[in-house]
Ligand binder design. Structure first.
Ligand SMILES: Nc1ncnc2c1ncn2[C@@H]1O[C@H](COP(=O)(O)O)[C@@H](OP(=O)(O)O)[C@H]1O
Ligand SMILES: [Mg+2]
Ligand SMILES: [Mg+2]
Ligand SMILES: [Mg+2]
Length: 342
């Protein structure tokens, strides 16, 4: 009798091999994807590159803001009401600028967090940054500064002072980009679409604007909102007296520039900026970064630093100063009762 042997059918061998290969692929792809996710966590970004990109985004958004105003095709709508009941306006200038700015940044760095005031469901622009760093940046910041990509939050205000934009008060209008690292504002860009001026600064790097020579902390000229003022007048008079000069102006970006030496436009020269109603982080982050780079401060009315990560809300008001003792000013302010917190 012939010994019993196992006959392997060629089909069986093929199926067996395929199963084996599948199993190995499963193991390997698991290991590979976990390695890739480690790689992803280690992505980095250079803050000087982000500054140059932010400047480019603010300028490109600004072209749209200017064009829509010149063509008078604002298509003004209301997004709803602020907590205080003012109409929150939205125009084609806000939306077109958002599209330019958001996608330029997001297409260049898809893996960083970008928070814009506006949103849009249509397909975005296919633009990518040219990687050109302006000479004025290279000369003031000779070396880059690399940080982990996951520590970065970018805040975009595609059009600040929309209310004034609808009233054709052009000098108040800006486009803004801010880069925060671990919640701290480090790069700020405020662009003026109608003069073409771009104010920029990087904390610990450089800036193209500077504080004025002197400020009056005892009898200050205080710049405030003209369309979201709330009870700011009484608040300021309680701190500095009934004769305090109060300057109503539009735009959070404009009001920060009014503290500095910017000369592209006709700025009211203010000693401090105070805001008592609710405000969002895209309104104040760029100004905060610029003031911080110049040794100034932008805090809540209790003097607390603002964390530019997470939620967009800033319910604690704003006090912005440069070239003076910020903590001493906070002490002069009336108690802030968080009435705007939600
Ligand atoms: N109470 C409030 N609620 C929501 N947004 C406010 C606000 N007060 C001011 N802002 C926003 O902060 C920016 C500056 O305001 P103001 O000119 O009144 O000082 C404006 O940004 P946008 O124009 O980008 O919406 C405005 O909408
Ligand atoms: Mg708005
Ligand atoms: Mg704004
Ligand atoms: Mg806006």
């Amino acid at each position: 009798m012939a010994p019993m042997g196992i006959r392997l059918s060629p089909l069986g061998v093929a199926v067996f091999c395929l199963l084996g290969l599948g199993f190995l692929y499963h193991l390997y792809s698991g290991a590979l994807s976990s390695r890739l996710s480690v790689f992803k966590q280690r992505k980095t970004v250079d803050l000087r590159d982000l500054l140059a990109l932010s400047m480019e985004a603010a300028v490109q958004g600004g072209w749209e803001v200017k064009r829509i105003r010149m063509e008078d095709t604002l298509e003004e709508k209301s997004k709803g009401k602020t907590k205080e009941g003012a109409s929150e306006k939205l125009t084609k200038g806000d939306l077109n600028s958002h599209r330019k700015m958001y996608y330029l940044i997001k297409n260049t760095y898809p893996y960083i967090q970008v928070n814009s005031e506006e949103h849009e469901n249509s397909d975005g622009e296919a633009t990518v940054w040219t990687r050109n760093i302006p000479d004025e940046v290279l000369s003031k910041i000779p070396e880059g500064k690399v940080v982990p990509a996951e520590s970065v939050t970018v805040w975009i205000d595609p059009l600040d002072a929309t209310q004034e934009y609808t009233e054709n008060l052009r000098k108040y209008v800006t486009t803004m980009v801010c880069v925060a690292v671990n919640g701290e504002p480090v790069v700020g860009v405020i662009h003026k679409p109608f003069t073409g001026f771009t104010a920029w600064a990087m904390v610990g790097g450089g800036a193209n604007v500077a504080p004025r020579d002197s400020y009056n902390a005892n009898a200050p000229k205080v710049i405030v909102s003209r369309s979201h003022a709330g009870k700011v007048k009484g608040f300021i008079q309680q701190a500095f007296g009934n004769n305090t000069e109060i300057i109503p102006a539009g735009g959070a970006g404009y009001k920060v520039l009014a503290l500095l030496d910017a000369s592209d436009d006709d700025y009211e020269k203010a000693d401090m900026y105070v805001h008592v109603t609710f405000i969002k982080k895209w309104d104040i982050c760029a100004g905060n970064a610029i003031l911080k780079a110049l040794g100034g401060d932008l805090t809540t009315l209790k003097g607390e630093e603002i964390d530019y990560s997470g939620s967009e809300k800033n319910p604690g008001g704003v006090l912005a100063t440069v070239g003076m003792d910020h903590a001493a000013v906070v002490k002069k302010l009336p108690a802030w009762d968080d009435e705007n917190k939600n």
